[in-house]
Design a binder for this molecule. Structure first.
Ligand SMILES: [Zn+2]
Length: 314
């Protein structure tokens, strides 16, 4: 089975598991941390509260909140379905780029910023080389997964080998290392997926740093374009509570400590609230669409969602 399909399926958690992890995260944010953490904790705690007079539900709109992340993913998938209506599956790929392995959580925003810039600069450089790159457009999201030294031998081989080459010395000054990466949905109508892969490998030459999965491959057989976009968007914006590790007994989820996730979300929240730091978008040349660097439209549909009586969004 394909690694990312496998990973995606095996890291889907029940709502109960995610709610429990969310409660642990809120407790960690409140416990022994600074004002930024406490402010984020308050937002998370207020999420889902209803104004008793107007009946409106308030959402925290934070990536730390799996409820809001789920809504955001759904909304982003819908936007991509509109944007890419009528395109061919062979012109779309899901790209994963490993950006670095800092051992200090405070370095993550900078790794994201540099990764975003490098991606944009690489596409611009390709456009200078060939007009076929003018039609390439992309939407992606950043991610950062913590791990400790004991987990490395149990990771999938691609990640293990990448860490051997690029990882920090494990770990003299911190408990966790961070696998910082981005998942990008790329529409490349006049470039084949191998051309996309080759261009990105010029930017990130480390072995295993770039993975390109064309939506034309077998695992998408029978899926409509809309479903493929929904699947890839949800994969890029998945809410996970741990890492899939493979031991002698097969695979199992090793749950991320809440204190690590609290560190991560505090650092990101201190740079910017909401999903903006997590996102990268690039339009094709001559596109009339507005700049996606401004993310005010990202939340426009959020208020349409309401809690149903089971406590889920509907
Ligand atoms: Zn929320």
């Amino acid at each position: 089975m394909n690694i990312s399909t496998n990973y995606y399926q095996k890291t889907q958690h029940s709502t109960i598991e995610l709610e429990n992890a969310r409660a642990r995260l809120v407790a960690a944010l409140r416990d022994g941390r600074g004002e930024t953490s406490k402010a984020l904790a308050r937002r998370l705690e207020d999420c889902g509260s209803t104004d008793k007079w107007l009946g409106n539900t308030w959402y925290c709109r934070q990536p730390a909140c799996f409820r809001c992340k789920r809504i955001y993913a759904r909304q982003q998938a819908k936007a991509l379905q509109t944007r890419f209506a009528g395109i061919a599956k062979c012109d779309l790929s899901l790209v994963t780029i490993l950006l670095g392995v800092p051992s200090d959580v405070r370095d993550i925003p900078d790794v994201w910023r540099k990764g975003r810039e490098a991606l944009r600069n690489r596409v611009k450089a390709m456009r200078r080389e060939s007009v076929r790159w003018n039609d390439v457009q992309l939407t992606g999201w950043m991610e950062a997964d913590p791990f400790d030294a004991a987990q490395v031998p149990l990771m999938q081989s691609r990640m293990r080998e990448y860490l051997d080459e690029n990882g920090p010395p494990l770990f003299f000054d911190s408990d966790a290392g961070w696998i910082v990466h981005m998942h990008v949905i790329v529409h490349h109508p006049r470039v084949d997926w191998q051309g996309v892969r080759d261009a990105l490998q010029r930017q990130w030459p480390a072995e295993h740093a770039v993975d390109v999965q064309p939506c034309s491959q077998a695992k998408y057989d029978g899926q409509s374009m809309d479903v493929a976009l929904f699947t890839t968007t949800n994969y890029a914006l998945k809410s996970t509570i741990g890492r899939m590790l493979y031991g002698e007994q097969g695979g199992a989820i090793d749950t991320h400590p809440a204190s690590w996730m609290a560190d991560l979300h505090t650092v990101i929240y201190s740079t910017s609230s909401g999903f903006r730091p997590w996102r990268v978008v690039m339009d094709k040349v001559g596109s009339r669409t507005r700049s996606h660097d401004e993310d005010s439209e990202e939340y426009s549909d959020l208020e349409k969602y309401r809690w149903n009586r089971f406590g889920n969004y509907c």
